[in-house]
Design a protein around this ligand. Structure first.
Ligand SMILES: C[S@@+](CC[C@H](N)C(=O)[O-])C[C@H]1O[C@@H](n2cnc3c(N)ncnc32)[C@H](O)[C@@H]1O
Length: 365
């Protein structure tokens, strides 16, 4: 009977997602994989999804590659690997912009660091642009394994090393042979900071990059405008339903922004866009507060503030999830206000915007 993954000699690698599913019959306690399956199910129940994935995969191997565990393996994998990877990879504008920017700054003789490799796109763009060596790091082990397979399939394994680790665990002289000449990264959510880009970049500048290293993207701006939209407010607020008062449930509403497509909701724009923050990714950033004045161009009730970024990869190459023009996979960042505010056309009001390096919060002054 197999009771642990260590009992299975073969090393673990990504399972074949197209293997047949054959899990109609419950596993009998006498089956050699029974204990391993029970342990894996326990790991799932305890939300230890990577461990569950490893154990289900080991059970499948021990079960002579039967499809009995395919569905369970896939369920564990899905809990670890976000589905947006697929949508993001099809964002052709994003890929093209990074490809052109990387062509401009990467060349022979360079060591490139890719923070947050995902499937390995930026690393392969850097290798294709002529980099001598690329070290890619990816915090999610299964994604790193997937990237390794992609790099191999494309013939770049001799120049790209995928390290399964958060960038903050990398060490020069260990995973990185020396300090890198170029940093390429795309660890930005719809409001830039939500994937902890600033702490990762600060660590990289302090520990992993040569003093004259090029950082790509070089900077980013965060923009905002106020909108009237009862529909958007209802995404984060509950009042009366079927004669019941649900307003106490609103204490569980999101204080900070959530990601959604502004265009999917009826709304009226009340103010022109203003820049809240600009981040120079090559320099140190501290938590900040800004008070930015806006002058409504329309009277109405401000239910929410909508935010988006402009990411300057290199001079002349910019990506934006601006609601007016964006065809990118990123949606907008929407923060609803606890109390909507009446605005009058032409009467200025202040937006107090703060960021703590990880997220942005806007209040009306
Ligand atoms: C938005 S995806 C982009 C993937 C890839 N760079 C691309 O452009 O297609 C970001 C990836 O970075 C990883 N990640 C985020 N911060 C990281 C960090 N500090 N170190 C390593 N991986 C990180 C996430 O797990 C995720 O897979």
């Amino acid at each position: 009977m197999i009771t642990a993954i260590e009992d299975v000699a073969e090393p673990l690698s990504a399972h074949d997602p197209v293997a047949g599913v054959d899990d109609h019959f419950p596993l009998e306690p006498s089956h050699p994989c029974y204990m391993l399956m029970r342990l894996a199910e326990e790991a799932m129940a305890q939300r230890q999804y990577e461990r569950a994935y490893e154990m289900f995969t080991a059970a499948a191997r021990a079960d002579a590659g039967s499809g009995r565990f395919t569905r369970k393996i896939n369920r564990a994998m899905r809990a670890v690997v976000p589905r947006w990877h697929f949508r993001m990879m099809h964002d052709a504008e994003r890929s093209r912009a990074y490809a052109q920017a990387i062509e401009q700054v990467v060349g022979p003789g360079q060591l490139v660091l890719d923070i947050g490799s995902g499937a390995g796109l930026l690393s392969m763009l850097a290798a294709r642009a002529g980099a001598d060596q690329v070290v890619a790091c990816e915090a999610v082990g299964m994604v790193a394994s997937g990237a390794r397979e992609v790099v191999k399939a494309n013939g770049y394994s001799d120049r790209i090393t995928v390290v399964s680790s958060p960038s903050t665990d990398l060490r020069v002289g260990s995973e990185l042979p020396r300090k890198a000449d170029v940093l390429v990264t795309e660890i930005f959510d719809c409001a830039l900071l939500g994937e902890f880009a600033l702490p990762a970049l600060r660590h990289a500048r302090q520990e992993l990059l040569s003093p004259e290293a090029v950082v790509l993207p070089r900077s980013g701006g965060l923009f905002a405008q106020l909108v009237e939209s009862p529909e958007l407010r209802s995404m984060n607020h509950i009042g009366e339903i079927e004669g019941f008062d649900f307003s106490p449930f609103t204490s569980l509403a999101s204080l900070e922004y959530f990601s959604t497509n502004l265009g999917n909701y009826q709304h009226r724009v009340l103010t022109p866009p203003v820049e809240l923050f600009r981040f120079d990714f090559g320099a140190d950033t501290q938590p900040e507060q800004q008070i930015v004045e806006v002058v409504p161009q329309e009277s109405g009730k401000a239910h929410a503030v909508v935010m988006w970024f402009e990411l300057d990869l290199v001079p002349g190459i910019t990506l934006t999830n601006n609601p007016e023009t964006s065809g990118l996979h990123w949606k907008q960042a929407v923060q609803t206000f606890r109390e909507p505010r009446e605005c009058r056309s032409g009467e200025p009001l202040g937006l107090r915007a703060t960021h703590d390096m990880e997220s942005v919060l806007v209040n009306l002054c």
